[in-house]
Structures are given as C-alpha cells and as structure tokens.
Design a protein around this ligand. Sequence first.
Ligand SMILES: Nc1ncnc2c1ncn2[C@@H]1O[C@H](COP(=O)(O)OP(=O)(O)OP(=O)(O)O)[C@@H](O)[C@H]1O
Length: 288
Amino acid sequence: MSHALSPQLPTTTAQKDNDVSEQKGIQVATPEHTQGTAGNGQVLVEARGLQKSFGIRQILKNVDFQMNKGDITVIIGKSGSGKSTLLRALAGLTDPDEGEILVDGRTVFAEQKRTKEWTKVRSEVGMVFQTYTLWPHMNVLDNLVLAPRKVRGAAGSESRDRAEAALDEVGMKHHILSRPTQLSGGERQRVAIARALMMKPKLLLCDEITSALDPPVAAEVLDVLRRLKEEDGIAVALVTHDMAFASKAADRVVFFHDGEIAVNATPEAAFDDCDNQDLKKFVDAVRF
Ligand SMILES: Nc1ncnc2c1ncn2[C@@H]1O[C@H](COP(=O)(O)OP(=O)(O)OP(=O)(O)O)[C@@H](O)[C@H]1O
C-alpha cells in the first residue's frame, strides 16, 4: 500500500472538514461516531469521553476512540499529545480522571475506577514497549514464563509449552535459551511481542516498538503483527512517529491533536485525501 503522504488541500473550516470527511468516508471522532457500537461483533475497544490531567496539564481532553477486532490501528500525533497516555489507559496502567472504556462490549472502566469486568478482561490486553523491558540476566524462556509462573501461579510445563508456542508465532523458537544480550533489536522486539502473547491477548498495545529499528527490521516486526492479526484475529494499536511505517501498517489511522482524536480514518483517507488541516500540517512537518 502506498500513500502520497503529501496532501495539497485547501484550508477549510472545522465544520467543513467534518462534512467533507464524512463524504469521503473519513470518520472524524465525535461522540456520534463512537457510541452504541460495542458488542456488535465488530468493535473491540471503545473509549468515551476520556479525560486525564497530570498536575494542571490536561493531556486527554475528551477522547472518543474506537478500534475494530482484527484491525491494526495506528495512532499518530505530535510528541506529548497523549498517545502513550491513551495506550496506558487502555492497558490498565493509568486510570483516566473521567470517561468510560469498553473492551468487547464489557465496561472495564467507569465512574473513575476499574470495574469487576476488568479483572476478567485484563489478560486479554497485552502491551509491548519500545525498550523491550526484558531482563538481561535471564534467557528468553525465563523472561516469558516469569509473570505467568510467579504472578499467576501457572504450572511449569504449561507455561513452557505456552512460551514455545508464543515464540513460534514470532519466529523466535530457536532462540528460546538465548539471553536478550545475544539478540538483535528486532529479535528482542519479537521476544517482547511473544511475552505479550503468553496470555493469548485479543488486543496488543504497541508503543513505538519499531522506533529503534531500521526499516527492514521494522518490516519484519510488522510482518509478525500482520500474521497475528490475520491468523489469530488479534487487534493491534500501534503508536508510531514513522509515517511511512504507519501508512504500510495501518488498517485505520487515528490522529491525536490537542488532547482529542481529530481523525479516525482509513490510511488512504487520512494520508491522501484528508481535509483536516491539523493532520495535513502534521504529516507535512514529519514528511522527509
Ligand atoms: N505519569 C506522568 N506524570 C506526569 N506527566 C506525565 C505522566 N505521563 C505522561 N505525562 C505527560 O503527559 C504528556 C503526554 O505524554 P504521552 O507520553 O502520553 O505523550 P505522547 O503523545 O505519547 O508523546 P511521545 O510521542 O513523545 O511519546 C507529556 O507532556 C508527559 O510529560
């Protein structure tokens, strides 16, 4: 898939942006576009009216977000715009101040707290970070089985079988006894993805996981994510600053601007055919 990444479109008002976007099939994120759709077999994650402040700074102002089952949703936006904060809220690592989060139609956050449903759903949500967060003194197998055995009390043989299966999914089974220090960046990232697969997630949240990788290695990681989506139906939310990677990876592109989601569209609509002036300026600024 290739996109021009250089839309040359005239300035329009915000209202006109919305009208034209709707004609072009671009979903501008408004409550009307996000409500009442969870649980219909399509939407996996739905967030409504998320707000989050750190001190006096409001980072998430009124975020309405949704992503579909089996989609790779790429989240873009200026540095500091709140992309990671959104992922962390979805992963249960940060609690919003206001708003609701639903996963697979189940309310996991509401009225300023995690619900009972979250305890059932949390294992379906995996997160992978740019820095891999693997223990350097442990081999790959021990890194993978650590949480299932120590935190969840999984049996040794069961967690080893699961680790082998997860490593197989990312093409890293032959490195099961290697230490992270013996692996390349791309291999470490694949191990980090395998670790997230240990709990058989439906949703994988990936925060700048290819930022430290060169384009061919980033492409290998993307192949892994595509396979997971196609073979296992896993939905992936991917934060990245790399627009070329974003346009290759995305089924949907979500653009964060000023604490809100300004655009939620197909990559074609977002990159080649979008009238949203903030997105256009952002893409032009990061294009090289
Ligand atoms: N735990 C925290 N305490 C205080 N401020 C925080 C905390 N987490 C995030 N922030 C601030 O919130 C803002 C948004 O951070 P966030 O990491 O979500 O942005 P981002 O869009 O992912 O940025 P980048 O692309 O640079 O990673 C930043 O200014 C950051 O310093």
